[in-house]
Design a protein around this ligand. Structure first.
Ligand SMILES: [Ca+2]
Ligand SMILES: [Ca+2]
Ligand SMILES: [Ca+2]
Length: 350
């Protein structure tokens, strides 16, 4: 009888311990994070921890524009006066999330805290990576932030949503590495060209040769620059049409395609690199004809008279009439218009 009584007491004590452990488990049930709590899937937020608190600052920062398939790092910052701990739920529609901070883990494709994360000066930052999908899309990153009093239960905790963060997922730019020289700007003595800006248009190779994209670049001493295009695609041939402030517009001899987002083209190696072989040789380089000051497609008397007017007025600086690029308009410029005008130089296009 005595033994049975002792046994009962033992059972009761064990039951109490079990109950207390279970209770502790329940109140701490979400200390290692909950998912499905962002505006992606729910408007209830961290509703176990009181109602939404607008004084809790929850902010997502990172690039708003990324390339398809690329991985970029973002930060979720949670700040709330008087609070000492934090948790979060981060979700996205199309991309893939992964923890960068060791305080995060992936659960149901979302990111959440491992435990109550201590704040420093009422603030905590969670770093995470976002890998963009393979196809262009406007994506959204969602987050809900919890600020706690670190007492191990839901009382005294507050939460808020981050503003939903838009991510424009774009195809990577197509890069044209172009070399093209300008007759009047090229110095055969030094082998260098005066730097200047040109605009490149990519044109379809069938009539009406529609412009698909354009980009500007700043040619260096070797006549080279990189041009970045957002609308062009790989594997489709384009004519390369080059425009410069006082040169005859010049087209590539034929169509050229981007392969793996890249293309190189060099006009200077041969006259026939241009459509209609419409270039002039200066020293060892083939260059765009200079002197089309009014950019109507030919070099003629009207170009010459614009140069003469500016020369008469001793104009200086960056002007279309400065055909040799020395920042002075004078007879040194008129000579190009005279020579090319005499030879009836004009654009040749498909
Ligand atoms: Ca609490
Ligand atoms: Ca002209
Ligand atoms: Ca000049």
């Amino acid at each position: 009888m005595k033994n049975l009584f002792r046994f009962r007491k033992h059972i009761t004590a064990m039951a109490i311990i079990l109950f207390l452990s279970f209770f502790a488990y329940v109140v701490n049930a979400s200390i290692d994070g909950r998912t499905g709590r962002t505006l992606k899937t729910s408007t209830s937020g961290c509703s176990c921890h009181s109602s939404r608190d607008v004084a809790t600052s929850v902010v997502i920062t990172g690039p708003s524009s990324v390339n398809t398939g690329s991985t970029n790092t973002y930060t979720l910052t949670i700040h709330r006066a008087t609070k000492t701990g934090a948790g979060c739920d981060i979700a996205t529609r199309n991309g893939t999330l992964a923890p960068v901070s060791s305080t995060l883990h992936l659960s149901n494709s979302e990111l959440t805290q491992n435990t109550n994360i201590p704040m420093v000066n009422n603030e905590v930052q969670f770093l995470f990576s976002y890998t963009a999908p393979a196809s262009p899309v406007t994506d959204t990153i969602f987050a809900t932030g919890l600020a706690t009093n670190s007492d191990g239960n839901e009382s005294g905790d507050v939460w808020n949503w981050a503003s939903s963060f838009r991510v424009n997922v774009l195809p990577p730019p197509k890069i044209l590495n172009l070399t093209v020289m300008i007759e009047g700007f090229y110095n055969t003595g030094t082998g260098n060209m005066i730097n200047d800006t040109v605009r490149v248009y990519l044109r379809n190779t069938s009539a009406p040769y529609a412009a698909v994209d354009s980009a500007t670049g700043f040619l260096n001493n070797a006549g080279s620059a990189s041009f970045s295009f957002l609308n062009a695609v790989n594997g489709t041939p384009y004519y390369i049409r080059v425009k410069h402030r006082n040169s005859i517009e010049t087209w590539s001899a034929g169509g050229n395609s981007f392969i793996s987002n890249s293309m190189s083209y060099n006009f200077t190696t041969s006259g026939s690199q241009a459509f209609g072989s419409n270039q002039i040789q200066v020293g060892t380089k083939w260059t765009m004809f200079s002197g089309d000051v009014d950019q109507e497609g030919t070099v003629d008397l009207s170009d010459g008279s614009l140069i003469d007017n500016d020369a008469y007025n001793f104009e200086t600086g960056y002007r279309a009439t400065d055909v040799n690029g020395d920042e002075v308009t004078d007879l040194g410029d008129a000579v190009f218009a005279d020579n090319n005008g005499f030879n009836f130089v004009g654009k040749i296009t498909p």
